[in-house]
Design a protein around this ligand. Structure first.
Ligand SMILES: [Zn+2]
Length: 252
């Protein structure tokens, strides 16, 4: 048994690993959200978990917590919206409290350093609030902790973007279910991708505002916001290599 996944350890080995507070806990946070007809509902969970595991293996001094699979409500202009069957989201309040509780539970075991690896854009500010409150709560109890919050796509350089999107990059917002996520999934979980079902559409265009209730007519019927047709496992490897190396270099 030599896993970087802490849930696969026995409790005594885990206790001995973390009790001095020197081990960093990587906490992947994702979402269950439709990603088009060609892909499973869970890329936002599997991608940050995969990245976290590779980072932990390289570092030797990190453990990966079980991911928080449910994320904040899918938004029309970044995730297609919260009205597709299968898209299963929680409120910002629930996500914030859940992440806060999980971090503080790990603090109680002796952990002092955390890296929250986000895989779903909409989660961001609720994770900020969870991290901020957890740090403050611990501080008031006389414990100093540090929580790094990152979204993996922020580690992708302009050079890699040019390589992955030689015809031009339409922007992160419309990458939902597009080349980026599909390429990574082809690399790490090809069994969860069926390119014969990929829908080739131009990047979605949205008005410069949001409206509630959301209008499903704004969203391409496939649920993807751009075309995944040019996705390849090789592109997925370029993206992952850069994200993993960048996170290791910064925090390893
Ligand atoms: Zn996604």
């Amino acid at each position: 048994m030599n896993s970087v996944k802490l849930a696969e350890m026995d409790w005594m080995s885990y206790r001995d690993r973390v009790k001095d507070g020197e081990c960093t806990i990587l906490l992947p946070v994702g979402a269950i959200e439709q990603h088009g007809p060609h892909m499973s509902l869970n890329p936002d969970v599997l991608i940050p978990e995969h990245i976290a595991c590779r980072v932990a293996e390289r570092s030797g001094n990190m453990l990966v917590a079980p991911p928080i699979a449910y994320g904040y409500k899918s938004q029309v202009k970044s995730g297609g919206g919260n009205f597709f069957p299968g898209t299963t989201c929680v409120s910002g309040r629930s996500l914030e409290e859940y992440a806060y509780d999980v971090i503080l539970a790990y603090v109680a075991h002796g952990n002092r350093e955390f890296i929250v690896v986000n895989g779903h854009f909409e989660n961001s500010m609720f994770l900020v609030e969870a991290a901020d409150r957890a740090v403050e709560h611990a501080r008031l109890s006389g414990i100093e902790i540090k929580v790094v919050l990152l979204s993996y796509w922020d580690f992708i350089s302009a050079t890699t973007i040019e390589k992955v999107f030689p015809e031009g990059f339409s922007g992160w917002a419309v990458e939902h279910g597009g080349v980026l996520e599909t390429s990574i999934m082809l690399k790490i979980h090809p069994e969860l991708v069926d390119m014969s079902k990929a829908v080739d559409i131009p990047p979605a265009e949205f008005p410069p505002y949001d409206v509630f209730p959301p209008d499903p007519a704004w969203v391409p019927s496939s649920g993807t916001l751009s075309s995944p047709a040019k996705a390849t496992a090789e592109k997925g490897k370029w993206i992952l290599d850069e994200c993993i190396a960048g996170i290791c270099r910064t925090f390893g």
